[in-house]
Design a protein around this ligand. Structure first.
Ligand code: IFM
Length: 449
């Protein structure tokens, strides 16, 4: 067996997000988020599950950090809950909420684990939703004011920051498909949400630079790989639209300073309202692009497929099936995504900020899950990441999604993505086989073929 070694200093970690693990939805002064609101309304989430308790991480944080240490993690990516810090989204600060993240960051540093904090991972304050939410341009100021509060408290100790996690999902799954909070079905609001998230990102990067913080700041995008079903003009154009909506709609304004014109022409009346000065703000230089990779798509033109008239079918590499989410498993897609950024966007510093899978986990009588399928998934994707590095991609780290089983949004607790099993009845944590395997990968800074 040969080992594929990663570059020296490559960072190995695991990721979570606040709403998916913390619980304590109304404890110690936390305000309501759109996800609390959404999940408390019937039939929005599978089995009517909620994030009220989730993994109870708010109370178990110290033990969870000890577990990360035991698993050999070098870095931990988490998100901060905006309404835990500002219960109404703006105005009065909830000191107890800030204290929680203070303790988390200090515990991580004491354990020699590098904190990587995301400011926004979907739990928007409900009070601001009622004031218009992301489609309202004021949301840009609200977000920057929130970021200032967080930087003031944690900016001296957190070396890695992301403004947003997967703004595509917030915009389209939350505002066009209505499957996620806030449950809106309106493409105009979705595209406006894209623009305001990107603008808030740029303004936050400016704020960060003005504060002379020492760390790196970037943004995390869910980037898929797209290929046309056939070489027909119709399929090629549909594939281009799907690619542009998922990748270029974000990467172009962030790196090149403009939106992809072809897509904007196609969506016509749904074009976002943009002011002339916005482009320069959005394209502030950033320190890294975070890549969340899960899926590849084969795209064909289809009249019955939404605004883009593009049907995206999941692609799995030969011999690989689908995950519990029905997502195809296609490790070479990760290589392609990283190389696309290298070739078309100037090869910025990149981290794979999420990659993982929900599979059928069967615990034995001791609660141990021998998830060799997940081990195979990680191994193949790490080899794909390694291929990209060999081909010149500027990749500096990898975060497994997720540290532990958690609240998978509208799918509730059924899909389990963790490398650590969580018993949601008792809160007990049991590292799975994949966690033990990942610890070895980290130790040898490489993956065995
Ligand atoms: O659980 C989510 C996460 O919140 C964002 N990226 C994709 C994961 C799996 O669906």
């Amino acid at each position: 067996m040969s080992t594929r070694r990663f570059p020296q200093g490559f960072l190995w970690g695991a990721a979570t997000s606040a709403h998916q693990i913390e619980g304590a939805w109304n404890t110690d002064g936390k305000g309501e988020s759109i996800w609390d609101h959404f999940a408390h309304s019937p039939y929005r989430v599978m089995n009517d599950d909620t994030g009220d308790v989730a993994c109870d991480h708010y109370r178990r944080m110290s033990d969870d950090v000890a577990l990360m240490k035991e698993l050999g993690l070098q870095t931990y990516r988490f998100s901060i809950s905006w309404p835990r810090i500002l219960p109404q989204g703006r105005g009065a600060i909830n000191e107890k909420g800030l204290d929680f993240y203070d303790r988390l960051v200090d515990s991580l540093l004491a354990a020699d684990i590098i904190p990587n904090a995301t400011l926004y991972h979907w739990d928007y304050p409900q009070a601001l939703q009622e004031a218009g939410g992301w489609p309202n341009r004021d949301s840009v100021d609200w977000f920057v004011d929130y970021a200032r509060v967080v930087f003031d408290r944690l900016g001296d100790r957190v070396p890695l920051w992301a403004t947003h996690n997967e703004p595509w999902v917030t915009a389209f799954v939350g505002h066009a498909l209505g499957l996620h909070a806030p449950g809106i079905c309106d493409y105009s609001q979705a595209y406006q949400t894209v623009h305001h998230q990107l603008l808030s990102h740029g303004r936050t990067v400016q704020l960060f630079r003005q504060g002379s913080y020492q760390g790196e700041i970037g943004i995390v995008l869910n980037l898929g790989h797209y290929e046309p079903a056939t070489e027909s003009q119709a399929d090629l154009a549909a594939c281009q639209r799907a690619y542009e909506e998922n990748v270029a709609l974000f990467m172009d304004p962030l790196i090149k300073g403009h939106y992809p014109e072809m897509l904007l022409d196609w969506i016509g009346p749904h074009r976002p309202h943009v002011r002339e000065e916005d482009a320069a703000v959005i394209s502030q230089p950033i320190d890294f692009v975070g890549v969340n990779y899960y899926t590849s798509h084969q795209v064909s033109w289809s009249l019955s497929h939404g605004l883009l008239k593009a049907n995206s079918a999941p692609v799995s590499a030969p011999g690989w099936g689908h995950t519990k989410m029905d997502w195809g498993i296609n490790p070479p897609g990760l290589t392609a995504v990283l190389l696309n950024i290298k070739e078309n966007y100037g090869n910025p510093k990149m981290y794979v900020t999420e990659n993982g899978c929900a599979l059928k986990d069967t615990p034995d009588e001791r609660g141990f899950v021998a998830d060799w399928g997940r081990v195979g998934f990680f191994r193949a994707h790490l080899m794909a990441a390694h291929d990209a590095i060999q081909a010149g991609a500027n990749l500096h780290g990898y975060y497994a999604w997720s540290l532990m089983d958690n609240f998978e949004w509208a799918m509730g607790y059924e899909p389990r993505f963790g490398i650590v099993r969580v018993d949601f009845e008792t809160g007990r944590r049991d590292p799975k086989q994949s966690a033990l395997w990942y610890r070895e990968v980290i130790t040898r800074n490489g993956v065995e073929e």
